[in-house]
Design a protein around this ligand. Sequence first.
Ligand SMILES: [Zn+2]
Length: 687
Amino acid sequence: MTKDEAKKRIEKLKETIDYHRHLYHVFDKQEISDSALDSLKKDLFDLEQQFPDLITPDSPTQRIGGEPLDAFEKFEHKKRMTSYYDAFSREDMDNWQDRNEKLLSEGEAQKIEYYCEPKLDGLAIELIYIDSILTIGSTRGDGIIGENVTNNIKTIEAIPLKIKRKEEVIHNLEKKGLKSVADKIRNYNFREIIVRGEAVITKSDFDEINKEREKQGLSLFANPRNLAAGSIRQLDSKITAARHLDSDVYSIVTDMGQETHEEEHLILEAMGFKTNNRYNKLCKNLDEVFEHYYYLQKKREKLPYEVDGVVVSINDNKIFEKLGIIGKAPRAGIALKFPLLEVTTKVNDITVQVGRTGAMTPVAILEPVSVGGVIVSRATLHNEKEIKRLGLKIGDTVVIGRAGDVIPEVIKVFPEFRIGKEHDFKMPKKCPTCNTELVKPETEVVWRCPNKNCFARKIKYFNHFISRSAFNIEGLGGRVVERLIEEGLVKDPADLFDLREGDLILLDRFGEKSARKLVLAIQGKKIIPLSRFIYSLGIRNVGQKTAIDLAKIYKNIHKIKEESLENIEKIHDIGPIVAKSIFDWFHDKSNLEFLDKLKEKKVWYSGNDEGGDKLKGLKFVLTGTLPNYKREEVESIITNLGGEFSSSVSNKTDYVIAGENPGSKYDKAKELGVKIINEEDFVKLFK
Ligand SMILES: [Zn+2]
């Protein structure tokens, strides 16, 4: 994106986010989910990171929600109450780590450890204790000025009205060898202590309150955070009390000598605060952070509170302070959110997919995006009428959502993000598979291909394309191909190379592991030898033998395309009928488009066009990992040069190429006395 385009998009994002914020906070209304709004904010944040000079003070990323209500006495925080930016992926976390490390010395960067704690979905509060007594309780407000809601906060049973040293807890710290922490609590005079935490409501209380409101015909609270906020900011404390709020305290503002964030948590517990310490963990690196993240993600259903992610902070308080604040948040902390089930992305194209019954389903081709923790690239649009209802154009920014294990759908379109390059989708007049004219009875919404063999024909070509002698994609059996086509995930075999794990997980029979395995298998087959590539095109009358001949003679696709019919006929072993079908195939517009599509996706044949017969008649087997060549590359070199590549060793094998960590094939070769060579020897054979 150019800077100019980014600027325009940033403006539009700001307007849209502000519109939804206002709707939500002032009118208690929601047109899009929290999740979709978060996704828009993330989009804005990422763009601003890319073009930092486009950040303006009025950007939603620069402020903290919730202006103080006039009804409450205003309260100025001694130290600014910040919030956190969101991260959604490993990439986001790696970038965050890199940004921080650049601002630190090498020694400091090496010292970094991360303290992880569940991110509760509640309302941030600050508590001030004077001479051990809870004196002021306030909301965050805009971070500088909050509301004094002391009376309401006093109704929360989990918050101590007076803090005392909990001897038993302190004793335990000593037993664990944390005497220095224990001493900090013992030695501190309790004149003034400021702590911060979250007011929360349990999921069961939330459900109960909403049920009651429904009976009374009142509007429902959108989420527990919404309810906690509404309860704390009540003018009548009796209402707050009736809502049974709970709390979790997680930081100490006052200098009690604490050196790390972990110590703060230990001290808080020893002063009688309710903490989430048993779900917190000190992690040495981001790998450990993610381990804890996945643990909490699994645990989340069972927790009494809504948890929407993990707060990750640099544990060392000195480093934390040194990194300072950017916008509304400290650099040294970040909220690693759990996967969103509704996210925003762009519709790059709309294609039509032919179903088993000939039904045409429009499918949105998306800018790949993570939904519910998996990356997806397709969303169903159901039918033409649905596209009209949504008002969707190709190029639009949309909200896509995923409910359970089904293909994601486009839920909403943001026309405000258009830049003039978007265009309408037109239902094709003819079937994209068989070219038959489409039909639609007046009373129906679905267009159909009336050709009874249409779907079968398509399946047949797919199966040819992925077969052993063509692209040889393992794990992609006939039934899987059928499901992929039925769900609109692939229109032609070139689309296979766009599939993401998430696209597959949504089909039954795929788990995360098997989906990943198949995506890798497909990606590993992007480059195959020319002869197999020609064979894969499914040209009528062109079998393996003819494909090999063509590859040897022409050495590249372009030359075959340019060749005259006369010259093709002259080739030994190729008769006039075969020559005609080769010539015709390369003069068909849709075939050439398919070739272009493959090339664009870098699905092609290996560049070793020089070819030759250097390895003719030799049989090779590979075991282990080679330093410079991937398995597919070795395979294509061998077959291109006339050799044969096999997966098992027999006494017909000429060479076993052995790399690092060779498997049982190595032992078998030894046993049979087959010659074992390394990568260097192999290269010498053909160079
Ligand atoms: Zn058809």
